[in-house]
Structure formats: structure tokens, C-alpha cells
Design a protein around this ligand. Structure first.
Ligand SMILES: Cc1cc2nc3c(=O)[nH]c(=O)nc-3n(C[C@H](O)[C@H](O)[C@H](O)COP(=O)(O)OP(=O)(O)OC[C@H]3O[C@@H](n4cnc5c(N)ncnc54)[C@H](O)[C@@H]3O)c2cc1C
Ligand code: SF4
Length: 701
């Protein structure tokens, strides 16, 4: 039963939004409520919004009823910023429009477009969008911009913050601002004088405080997604430009993003890379510093544990297994549209790092097999840890950045920290050129001792990153519930106060994705942890990353592979714990259609899954388990009497066709509907397209 205010919201919105898209049943709210993070909140209502008018209506009505809203794109966020226990507004289906502008120099995109799909619109022109998160095959424009997501090549120069040209947003009261439309900007300036004034006050306050000004400038020299993009207040003078850039990295806490226009980037035709081994992390990091001024497209660091995880690959060179414990690799990529220039770039890179000894000689390769292996070594790290982890544990990907000169010391101290807290499966890798390191490890949250261990790791990590190295606690994955308690630690009281004021300017009632990014609870990162119960061997390694969703034919009709697994897990948990029989019954009531009957079981999802889970295979197993004895007997009988069964079917179809020719379509339809009705659905309906029984195939000739 919904609380009265939520029921009222549902009733009001049902007048203008198709009520089939306002979901309140336990199965769908859990399925849609889940994202890739290790946090779990279940929304009371999920609304599948299809256009801006609907979003404006939702925002206005929710405001009247004082109800909090969270916006959702693909739900691949890792830090707990795309979940809620209130109302989740999913803006994916129906948000797929795009427009190439100014001779392809710009592209306007709606928030439900997958990043990789946006690139397919630009590929024929040799162009792409700037942001390049590793999740680009699944995550969507709304989430990419709201998280200021970035990856291997875009660095701090081509992320959403740097490449955004325009944005259209809906504020907490339904006001729309479209920065590409002069009329909209004029109206906004006229009607929102207080908001504009407050933004300008903040800007002037920062510009008059030299310490704060320099702090902001310095902290954004490396990747930083901790807190709001307050660099907007130092980089821009114009209030509209400031608002536009503040929206980047705002994690859905300031406004809804209806569309974004990006400046496009050249996607070079020729690519080559080299996996260069150094004797120590220090050497690798020193080489990275030198590479900063070389013509490189990407420099990825892989520690010894990372290399170990691919040393058994068929394509891995034999010496991987004999590398010293201190070894460290850099995967260096260069790109150009001209092959001769590409070669010159390779030479320049070699020259740049010649003062640093390498463990072996190295070559750049464009050979597809070698090139693919090198990148597989880098990109396979997450699946490796994810696939090897114990069932019932979560994979955690943390995401910090350090000033480049301190990267070597920071790497070593991070490794010591993992040893201290016995995270023996931790691997360290990342976008070295940006000082951005990811570490991936498995974490059990099923008992207090493990939660305590995680808490200690996080507290010490904060000290290490902030106090020791003046780094970023979140480089590219966004603050979320995971880092919200540490924003003040990283930024200090003055900058944090500015961030709180920004939130207050755009969301005075704290109803737009509350508790994300700004959260007064110092233990918020330890609450609402997602259970990961064992369910079935085929799906137990699922990380709930969502990479399978764009490849699923039933996603949007009913459930995606990730959502099927989430539901199966919840059923297993409820069956095991017996703690809520009613909820179990409610979920089971809808599960046959949602999880089973609408799955095509084609296994396409396994192609995109980092841990190769074939959810179709799981659904077939589920289907078999769910059949009752008489169905199983009937199935077995048909299986062992196939010739007789098809003979009966042929005759049946011929008879039906005969009666059709006798009665005609109208009478036949009426008769068929009648039989279907009086048999309580047991006799299937006839349709004119039904084929005539074929003749038996002669297999003797
Ligand atoms: C395996 C894996 C690898 C990843 N690798 C990277 C990486 O290399 N780099 C990186 O940066 N990230 C990475 N991520 C994190 C994540 O994929 C990205 O941050 C991504 O951009 C999130 O996009 P999404 O569409 O999933 O957004 P969601 O998770 O749905 O939402 C993200 C945030 O955006 C807000 N939001 C969504 N739509 C709107 C809208 N229309 N208006 C306002 N706010 C909105 C949400 O409220 C939420 O706060 C990775 C994730 C996974 C699972
Ligand atoms: S099935 Fe695979 S791709 Fe889908 S959510 Fe699980 S781990 Fe990710």
C-alpha cells in the first residue's frame, strides 16, 4: 500500500501519463530501482517518462506533494547516485532523438541515448563525442553528463565539462532553461533574477578569495568528480555559462537534463599501442610524467597483480609469468589520421622516455591480434576480479586521482593499504596520464566485521588521498552516497559551504536526488548496502553492471537480464530468510510473465557481459524448474513422440483451414473467440494468419 501522498501523486499523474508506465508493484520497483552500485534503495514509484512535458508535470506535482525525485539514465553508476526510496524517474525510452549541427561540429543528444550509439551517428564523419567512459556501450548521455564521466583518452581536456556547448534543463519548479535558445535565456534571466544573483554572488565571492580560487584551479588540474563542478565559478563569468557547466557532474541533484549539445571530437583513423614493462612502479610513473608532453592518446597503468590476471591467456607472452614482483606496465596508445605522422608520434614517445630503463624491448603495434590482446589485458581486469570473487560478495571499483608527480608514491601507499586490510585480490590500474587510479576488489557486506573492515579502509583511504597527496577521492565515477560523507574532508569547510549553497539555490526544498553528493550523515556510505545472495550458479557472478541491457530484446517490454537476475536473487533471499512471505508472494505473482515468458533466451546478453553470463540459459533452467509434474510429463511425451505430434498438428491445421474456407473469416473469428472464452482460455484463439497444415516431408528420397 502506498503512503497517501504517493498514492495521490500516482493518481494525479495517471491522468496525463499512461498508467502502465507508473510502476508500483514490488517486482518492477525492485528491478528498476537497482543500479550498478553496491547500494540498494527500492523506490515506491518508478515512472517511465517519455518526454519533457511529462517530466515537467512530474516535477511540479511532486513539488506540490513534497515528494523527492531521482532521475535515471542507464543505471550503470557505481557510487549510489542513481537510486532512491522515493520516486525514480527513468528517462530512457522515448529520449533517443539527436541532431547534427553546424556541419557536424556539434551534436545535440537526448539523455536516453547510449554513448556508443551517439558515436555511431558521428563515425561516418570521422568524429566522436569527447567523454569515453569504459561503460560507453551501456551508459547514456544523461548519466554521462550528470556524472562528468570520462575514460582512457578524453582526460580532463575532452570530458563533458570541456566539450559541452549547450544544455536544456528543467528546474525544481518546472522552469525550463535552454541555453541554445536566446529567447529561453532572456526569459530565464528576467524571471529568475534571484537565482542569477546568487550564482553571481558565489562567483564573486570565490574570485575575491585567492586561497579558494587557487584551490579550485589546482584541484581540477587532475580529474575530480568529488562534489559539484565549482570550477565553473572560476572558469566563467557569464551566469548562464556557469549554470551550464555546473550541471555537468551534478549527479541529477540540481535539475533534469532534457538534452545536451556537445562539440564533436576528431576520431583518428589509425591507432597503435604498446605494452611497455618497467622494473618498478616508480619507473612507470616517472615515464608517465615524461609522456604528459608526448603525443600520446592514452597511458594506462597496470600493476603486477593486473598482469598476473591475464598471464594465463592464450595470447599472453610467456615472460608475463616470470616478471618480477616489482614490475609495472604502461599501455601507451597513439593515434592519427596519417600513418606517417603516427610513426613520427611513436618515435617521439620512444625518445621522450629513453632515459628510463624498460624491463624488455617494446614495439608499437597496429596488428589487430596484438593490439586487441594489449587492450584486452587492460579491459579484462574488472571481469577477472568479478569472475573470481566468492559468491555473495560485491566487486568494488574505487576511483581516485593524484597529482602526477606523486603518483608513484601514492601507488605504493595504496598497495600497502590493501595489504594492511587484507584485500588480497585488489588490482590497481588506471588512466596514469591523469593520475587517475582505479582499484578493484571484492567485498562481503553480509556481516558486521566485513562492513567494519570496509569502513576502516575508506577512512584511511580518505586520509591517504586527501591529507597525504591532495588528490581526488572520486576522479570520474561521481560522488554518490559512497563519497558524500567525505566531500567536506576533500574540499574543506569553505568550498563545501559553497557546494551546499549551490544545492540550495537549485533545490531549496532538497527534493531532487537528496542525500547524493551533499549528505550530512558521516556513515551514509555504510548504509543501504545491497544484499548479494546466492541464487543460481549461472548468475551468481553477476555484478549488476547493466552492460547487458542494450543487447536485450525484452528490455523495456518487461525485464532486462540484469533485472531478471535481481529478481531471482530477491526470490532466493526471501525464500531463504522467510522474513517477508507477502513480498515473496507478490513478486512471485508477476514473475512468470516478467522473468520467464518474455525472455527470448537468445543468449545475446552474454556477448556484452563482462563475466559472460548467459541469462537466457538461466531462464531456460528457471523455466524447467517452474514446470509442474504434469507439464513435465506432457513435455517428455511430446519429445519422445515427435512424429506423431507433428502429424496431429498437421491434421489439426488442415481441418482449421478447411473450416475457414467453409465459414469465411468473420464467422470463423466469432466462433474461435467463443470457444476461447468458454474454455477459459484453454482453446487458443484462431487468427486469419494461421498457416494451413503442410504436407509431410518425404525423407526417403
Ligand atoms: C563496469 C563499469 C565501468 C565503468 N567505467 C567508467 C569509466 O571508465 N569512467 C566513468 O566515468 N564512469 C564509469 N562507470 C560509471 C558509469 O557507467 C558512468 O558514470 C556513466 O556515465 C553513468 O551513466 P548512466 O547512464 O548509467 O547513468 P545513471 O547511472 O542512470 O545516472 C547517473 C547520474 O546521472 C543522473 N541522471 C541521469 N539522467 C539524468 C537526467 N536526464 N537529468 C539529470 N540527471 C540525470 C542520475 O540521477 C545519477 O545521479 C563505469 C561503470 C561500470 C559498471
Ligand atoms: S548479467 Fe553480466 S552484463 Fe548483465 S548486469 Fe550481470 S554482470 Fe552485468
Amino acid at each position: 500500500m502506498l503512503a497517501p501522498s504517493y498514492q495521490k501523486l500516482k493518481d494525479i499523474l495517471s491522468v496525463t501519463i499512461d498508467s502502465k508506465r507508473i510502476l508500483t508493484n514490488p517486482l518492477q520497483t525492485l528491478a528498476y530501482g537497482t543500479d550498478a552500485s553496491f547500494y540498494r534503495l527500492i523506490p515506491k514509484i518508478v515512472i517511465l517518462a517519455h518526454n519533457e512535458a511529462e517530466v515537467i508535470e512530474i516535477i511540479k506535482q511532486a513539488k506540490k506533494l513534497d515528494i523527492a525525485l531521482t532521475f535515471r539514465a542507464a543505471g550503470t553508476s557505481l557510487s549510489g547516485q542513481a537510486i532512491t526510496d522515493s520516486v525514480l524517474v527513468v528517462a530512457t525510452h522515448g529520449w533517443k532523438n539527436f541532431e547534427l549541427l553546424e556541419e557536424n561540429k556539434k551534436i545535440k543528444l537526448e539523455p536516453g541515448i547510449v554513448g556508443a550509439r551517439a558515436n555511431t551517428f558521428l563515425a561516418p564523419h570521422g568524429l566522436k563525442i569527447g567523454p569515453d567512459p569504459a561503460s560507453i556501450g551501456a551508459c547514456m548521455i544523461g548519466g554521462i553528463v550528470a556524472n562528468n564521466a570520462s575514460g582512457m583518452c578524453c582526460g580532463t581536456a575532452q570530458n563533458s565539462y570541456q566539450t559541452i556547448a549547450d544544455i536544456r534543463i528543467v528546474l525544481h519548479d518546472g522552469t525550463v532553461l535552454d541555453t541554445a535558445d536566446a529567447k529561453s535565456v532572456d526569459a530565464f534571466k528576467k524571471n529568475q533574477t534571484d537565482l542569477i544573483q546568487e550564482i553571481e554572488n558565489l562567483r564573486d565571492q570565490i574570485k575575491s578569495d585567492e586561497t579558494l580560487y587557487n584551490q579550485i584551479k589546482n584541484k581540477f588540474k587532475i580529474k575530480n568528480t568529488t562534489g559539484y563542478s565549482i570550477n565553473a565559478l572560476v572558469d566563467y563569468q557569464d551566469s548562464i555559462e556557469i549554470i551550464k557547466h555546473l550541471m555537468v557532474g551534478s549527479e541529477g541533484t540540481l535539475a533534469f537534463i532534457s538534452n545536451v549539445t556537445f562539440k564533436t571530437i576528431i576520431d583518428e583513423k589509425h591507432k597503435s599501442c604498446s605494452l611497455i614493462f618497467f622494473n618498478t612502479i616508480k619507473d612507470a610513473c616517472n615515464a608517465t610524467i615524461l609522456l604528459k608532453s608526448a603525443p600520446v592518446a592514452a597511458v594506462e597503468l597496470l600493476d603486477r597483480e593486473s598482469i598476473r590476471s591475464v598471464e594465463n591467456d592464450d595470447d599472453a607472452p610467456a615472460y608475463f609469468k616470470t616478471l618480477p614482483e616489482s614490475a609495472c606496465a604502461l599501455l601507451v596508445e597513439c593515434r592519427d589520421n596519417d600513418v606517417t605522422v603516427l610513426k613520427e608520434k611513436q618515435d617521439a614517445i620512444r625518445l621522450q622516455i629513453q632515459s628510463i630503463p624498460t624491463y624488455t624491448n617494446y614495439e608499437f603495434t597496429s596488428n589487430p591480434k596484438q593490439y586487441y590482446f594489449n587492450w584486452k589485458a587492460r579491459k579484462g581486469l574488472l571481469p577477472t576480479v568479478g569472475g573470481l570473487r566468492k559468491n555473495g560478495t560485491t566487486v568494488i571499483i574505487e576511483d581516485v586521482a593524484f597529482p602526477l608527480p606523486q603518483l608513484a608514491d601514492a601507488c605504493l601507499e595504496l598497495k600497502d593499504l590493501f595489504k594492511k586490510y587484507e584485500y588480497h585480490d585488489a588490482v590497481l590500474f588506471g588512466h596514469a596520464l591523469e593520475g587517475n587510479l582505479h582499484f578493484v576488489f571484492s567485498q562481503d557486506f553480509s556481516n558486521q566485521a566485513e562492513v567494519d573492515r570496509y569502513e576502516k579502509l575508506m577512512s584511511e583511504l580518505a586520509v591517504l588521498v586527501v591529507d597525504r597527496f591532495n588528490g581526488s577521492l572520486k576522479a570520474e565515477h561521481g560522488t554518490g552516497r559512497n563519497m558524500a560523507p567525505f566531500v567536506e574532508k576533500e574540499w574543506g569547510a569553505t568550498a563545501y559551504e559553497i557546494m551546499k549553497r549551490i544545492k540550495n539555490i537549485f533545490d531549496p526544498n532538497n527534493k531532487i536526488n537528496p542525500d547524493v553528493l551533499i549528505n550530512p550523515d558521516p556513515k551514509a556510505h555504510l548504509k543501504n548496502l545491497k544484499p548479494m545472495p546466492e541464487s543460481h550458479a549461472i548468475v551468481d557472478k553477476c555484478m549488476e553492471c547493466g552492460f547487458c541491457e542494450p543487447h536485450c530484446v525484452s528490455e523495456g517490454l518487461t525485464l532486462s537480464p540484469r533485472q531478471r537476475i535481481v529478481i531471482a536473487r530477491e526470490i532466493s533471499r526471501l525464500e531463504e530468510s522467510h522474513d517477508n512471505p507477502q513480498r515473496l508472494a507478490d513478486i512471485r505473482k508477476d514473475v512468470t510473465y516478467q522473468l520467464d515468458e518474455t525472455c527470448a533466451t537468445d543468449g545475446l546478453c552474454a556477448l556484452a557481459c563482462p563475466v559472460h553470463i548467459d541469462t537466457g540459459k538461466f531462464v531456460k533452467t528457471w523455466r524447467a524448474n517452474e514446470l509442474n509434474d504434469s507439464n513435465k510429463k506432457a513435455g517428455a511425451f511430446i519429445g519422445s513422440h515427435m512424429a506423431e505430434t507433428t502429424a496431429v498438428m498437421r491434421t489439426g491445421l488442415k481441418m482449421v483451414s478447411f473450416f475457414h474456407s467453409l465459414f469465411g473469416t468473420k464467422i470463423m473469428t466469432t466462433l474461435s473467440n467463443g470457444f476461447h472464452f468458454i474454455s477459459f482460455g484453454k482453446v487458443p484463439k484462431w487468427i486469419p494468419e494461421m498457416p494451413k497444415g503442410a504436407n509431410k516431408i518425404n525423407t526417403k528420397n
